[in-house]
Design a protein around this ligand. Sequence first.
Ligand code: 5GP
Ligand code: MG
Length: 488
Amino acid sequence: MRITPSTHYQYERIKPDDDCMHEECGVFGIYMEDDVYDPAEAAYLGLYALQHRGQESAGIASVVKDDIRLYKGMGLCAEVFKNDLDRLYGGRIAIGHVRYSTTGDSQVLNAQPLVMSYRGGKMAIAHNGNLVNTDVLRKKLEEDGAIFQTTLDTEVMAYLLAKNAKDGMVESIKKMMEVVKGSYALVITTNDTLIGVRDPQGIRPLALGRLDDNFVLASESCAFDTIDAEFIRDVRPGEIVVINKDGFHSYQTSLSLDTALCIFEYVYFARPDSDIDGISVYRARENMGRRLAQAYPVEADLVGGVPDSATPAAVGYAEESGIPFKKALAKNRYVGRTFIQPKQSLRDRAVKLKLNAMKRNVHGKKIILIDDSIVRGTTSRKIVEMLRLAGAREVHMQISSPPVTCPCYFGIDTPSHDQLMGAKNSVEEMRKIIGADTLNFLTKEDLLKTVEGAGCNFCTGCFDGHYPVDIKKACAQTQKLDLTQVFK
Ligand code: 5GP
Ligand code: MG
């Protein structure tokens, strides 16, 4: 039986295999009035720019005349659409999705976008995030006769949308938003309308852009640059944006006072050339490094970063401390997250394949090594060992975020509590396991200062266990809901 976060939360807050449903995703959508681009082509380019958000599957749905065509498959964008992009050409609207998940079963079936027929025609939906009350909802709907084809929370949302479609899509989305709890950045297309939705707390990002008179939606603004679109603004928490032949319309649903954008987007997940909710990801990372340098000064010959995600923080550290930035590790850029091998012997080699010490830079040197996060701790241990074998005299590890102590239920693939090094060990114990001379973490307070001035508050659940939705309560409330009343 598959266990989704909502059920196992009910029984036991933390379960060893609870990472089974967590997904990391990127979404994209475009409405083209002119012929600047074919929308499917723009979606392909946009997804390519969002590839870091998910490498397991990719898909595009395009609205051609009265039909919605779908193409999706396992693998990177370039692999999935190698020969088949042109069958999506010729439309006005396209939406796309890239996904990474650790789910084992029916992987292609669970790839997105999902396309379904409903009484208003056809609809396609792509989702980044994770609902926490899916199981309760799904069970209720199944008792009521619903049949689901996938194990995705996204399909539950699509079903709720279809169920209420008689009042129009916007009303239907509003009703759906009343019952689903958790994180969702959605891109939806019907036969004639592109829609973007962000959950009331804005847990996952969604940006709005424009290409001449055409509108674009994407998880991150870096996707706009790829197609020469211009960033307009972020979709607001709780906002529904609607784009069709009548232009652009926005509907603000009840906005949570306590918005909670995922801070891990800035720490690790997002691309450094993206701006999210008014903050440059690169600038935030650089400031994380600066704050580390202020908090934990160390005498050293060089500052290095674990490529690529920690490079901006290492640059910030170097600038603040006056210690030169130098490459301590080289990265094999052809190793992605796809190198997840079933055999332990191959897995053990993964870090070595991905990273190698720059012997001539580190030999005989005292090194400050910056990484963005310690999750399982396996990477750091191997890296320190690698640097020592290459002749480093001292290795001072500094992490540009606090220890990850709690799993994420909102769409970042953190492992279960058991596998989180920071959940079971003190910093000193972690230092010993990693084998570094010193180990220091940025405090949560300092981390929050690097994103000051953003148009929202932040979820820091992976660092402190304070989640934006009380999962237990949300499930209990959903259990009591009379869905026939909500969807009259
Ligand atoms: P660990 O401590 O689990 O061995 O690995 C920490 C490294 O994993 C850091 O360098 C960080 O950049 C990276 N990392 C952090 N979060 C994620 C994630 O969600 N997925 C992947 N693939 N790497 C991550
Ligand atoms: Mg890294």
